[in-house]
Design a protein around this ligand. Structure first.
Ligand SMILES: Cc1ncc(COP(=O)(O)O)c(C=O)c1O
Length: 409
């Protein structure tokens, strides 16, 4: 084969891989939306524009449309410019980033915090730092952990073990399996991103302590929503992980990942966390907005409870309609429908009825557990919720999985 033929063969193989995804109903696209924040978005599709209620955002407290948050971003933009211009270790940290770090550290009860560009990178940096200096580390993750946690463990070069979701006995077995490793790191989320259920944090922390394992908890979906004044579930349960990670991109209506913990470990992340070191700092407007979101939360301490009450109302209505909705209390409501085609069909039916709730398919969730992931936020109105409940009642008869079907996890 000459160079041209080899190149063509590789391109053919890539095209076939894409075609296989299409055939499985797993092809993803980038829907085009026009949004000014709030509970609705304009979806631009096939040359048409359609306003629909948005059930796909993680803006749990509805803060993204608050003037105060927008002004916080605008002030930081005016003062520090549109971009950070370089990595923080090279060009220094805009004061707004440091202010946010100090504020977040004291909010979650940690000695220090580090702001990185995204929550994804926070997890990469945290795990690479905890594995730093050894080739003999094992990272034990809950099976349903977010891709960024798995990618962090892989990037760190650690042995990777999974335990069955929220299963303490299986976690104990995995810890025993790698007892010989020099460093063992247990990784969980406090609220799982696709199921919305909570980890048994107190028991997991106790097991880690008994085993002498390090603990990382990702609170991406709990910060701002659960715990005293939205401080998360670790604060609620008095659990102190070695590193706590979360993102400003969900309840805090901004952008930027956060790693919080003892000052010594944060200093190690600063020095070893490649996903922090080798990238440009977050834009100043991100920390300006996040600080303003924290101010909003301080002024309206009832917001998290409002979000949870709205979610509880929708969850109860969908369960009563006979949908398969796993138990939970978070604003994330997974509506399990089974296969790819059914999930896509239900998403389309809802879209036709004026709702935006894209189908979640493998590899984001296990095969057979395709779903709509509905997030009910404090920004939705009672009318938004009534309309969603009515649209799902109308669709129910056409979607088979019975309530109570056991989850394969
Ligand atoms: C549990 C979890 N961790 C981390 C992230 C990544 O955060 P970000 O979107 O800020 O990169 C997400 C979601 O996107 C998530 O669900």
């Amino acid at each position: 084969m000459d160079g041209e033929q080899r190149w063509a063969a590789q391109r053919r193989e890539l095209a076939e891989a894409l075609q296989a995804l299409r055939a499985q109903g797993r092809l993803r696209q980038r829907p085009l939306i026009d949004s000014r924040g709030g509970s609705s978005v304009i979806v631009c599709r096939d040359g048409a524009r359609r306003r629909v209620i948005n059930w796909a955002s993680n803006d749990y407290l509805g803060l993204s449309r608050q003037l105060k948050v927008r002004n916080g971003a605008a002030r930081a933009l005016r003062r520090y410019g549109p971009g950070a211009t370089a990595a923080r270790l090279l060009a220094g940290s805009p004061r707004c980033h440091r202010r946010l770090e100090e504020r977040l550290a004291s909010w979650v009860g940690a000695e220090d915090a580090l702001l990185v560009t995204t929550g994804y990178q926070a997890n990469l940096a945290a795990l690479v730092a905890l594995v730093y200096g050894t080739h003999d580390a094992a990272v034990i993750l809950d099976r349903l952990c977010h891709a960024s946690l798995y990618d962090g463990a892989r990037l760190a070069g650690a042995q990777l073990l999974r335990f069955a979701h929220n299963d303490l006995a299986d976690l104990a077995r995995r810890l025993a399996q790698c007892r010989g490793a020099r460093r063992r790191i247990v990784v969980v989320e406090s609220v799982y991103s696709m199921d919305g259920d909570e980890a048994p944090l107190v028991e997991i922390a106790a097991l880690c302590r008994a085993e002498g394992a390090l603990l990382v908890v990702d609170e991406a979906h709990a910060i701002g929503v659960f715990g005293p004044a939205g401080r998360g579930l670790c604060a609620a349960h008095g659990v102190k992980p070695d590193l706590l990670t979360f993102t400003c991109s969900k309840a805090l209506a901004s952008q930027g990942g956060v790693i919080a913990g003892d000052a010594e470990l944060i200093a190690l992340v600063v020095n070893a966390g490649r996903a922090f070191i080798y990238t440009t700092a977050p834009v100043p407007a991100a920390s300006g907005a996040a600080v303003a979101a924290l101010d909003c939360l301080r002024e309206r301490p009832g917001l998290p409870a409002e979000a949870l009450a709205a979610a509880a109302e929708v969850r109860a209505a969908l369960v009563a309609q006979g949908w398969q909705v796993p138990a939970g209390r978070s604003p994330i409501i997974p509506l399990l429908v089974g296969d790819e085609a059914s999930a896509l069909r239900l998403a389309e039916e809802l879209f036709a009825a004026g709702h935006w709730a894209p189908a979640i398919r493998p590899p984001t969730v296990p095969p057979g557990q395709c779903r709509l992931r509905l997030t009910v936020t404090a920004g939705h109105t009672p009318r938004d919720r009534r309309r969603l409940i009515a649209a799902l009642a109308a669709a129910r008869a056409r979607f088979a999985p019975a309530a109570g079907t056991p989850s394969p996890c």
